[in-house]
Design a protein around this ligand. Structure first.
Ligand code: B1M
Length: 212
């Protein structure tokens, strides 16, 4: 199975969409779970291509094709992420202003949906006003904010402040590669999760604490 996982990682890094889809199926047939594939092959592929980009060994076109291959794989895993749990609550989710990264946010959405949450995905590059508008419109149990750039992460406290002006008790969960627990605490978030699986746990914990 290790070899198949390695090949899946390579297929994503080289942006081979068809190979990625085939290898996701082959890994499933070989007994790998969606979580195995995500944690040992797919997320590490994106991490490694990002590191190559930092070292000027990979460039934007390579990131784009790797992202497309990752998405092709994620699409196949979607039905497998989570069980048939009863309705958990409503979450409004989006990536903050200036940030067009959406793969991580989409994975968080898929896992939350799989766990029984109703998710309103607002998309990417969203101004603070968009979150405020959506919060009023959908009245979610939790607002989820994603930021992938150190620069766009700076918008998190701004969105949190704006939402708290209309609902002082709002539950707001944040995440994204540069975000840390410490940063989330300083920004005034109710919760932080480093990955999509822990985002589900955090969302459930926030809901349980609210009900208690
Ligand atoms: Co961009 N990019 N990128 N990029 N890109 C990063 C983020 C970077 C770390 C690469 C690097 O330099 N090593 C770097 C940011 C550096 C920094 O600020 N610290 C970077 C840069 C610099 C840029 C540009 C500025 C490059 C340029 O133009 N010169 C540019 C910015 C565009 C913009 O947003 N304005 C840019 C563009 C792009 C592409 C368009 C080419 C493409 C995006 C494709 C897409 O999403 N549509 C892209 C990609 C693919 C990446 C990397 C390689 C991979 C991101 C990814 O999909 N990861 C990335 C390197 C890296 O992350 N190591 C990089 C896989 C995904 C599953 O993980 O997104 O971390 P992640 O999500 C995780 C967790 O973070 C968490 O759960 C997710 C799933 O487990 N999580 C949450 C995320 N949101 C959450 C919300 C939660 C809870 C958990 O609660 C609500």
């Amino acid at each position: 199975m290790q070899d198949l996982l390695l090949r899946l990682k390579e297929a994503i890094m080289t942006g081979e969409e068809e190979d990625t889809a085939r290898l996701v199926s082959e890994n499933l047939e070989a007994g790998a779970s969606a979580e195995d594939m995500l944690s040992t092959a797919m997320a590490p592929a994106m991490q490694e291509i990002g590191e190559r980009f930092s070292r000027n060994e990979a460039f934007i076109p390579e990131l784009i094709v790797a992202a497309a291959a990752m998405e092709a794989g994620l699409e196949l895993l979607k039905p497998l992420l989570g069980g048939r749990e009863k309705a958990q609550g409503r979450i409004v989710l989006g990536t903050v202003q200036g940030d067009i990264h959406y793969i991580g946010k989409n994975l968080v959405r898929m896992c939350l949906e799989g766990a029984g949450f109703e998710v309103v995905d607002l998309g990417e590059d969203l101004k603070t006003e968009k979150f405020v508008e959506a919060y009023r419109q959908y009245q979610p149990d939790i607002l989820g904010l994603s930021a992938l750039l150190s620069s766009t992460m700076q918008h998190l406290p701004e969105v949190i402040r704006a939402i708290r002006q209309i609902d002082g008790d709002a539950l707001i969960m944040v995440g994204g590669a540069p975000v840390t627990q410490e940063y989330a605490d300083q920004a005034g978030a109710s919760g932080y999760a480093p990955d999509a699986f822990l985002a589900v746990r955090k969302a459930k914990d926030l809901m349980a604490a609210r009900r208690a």
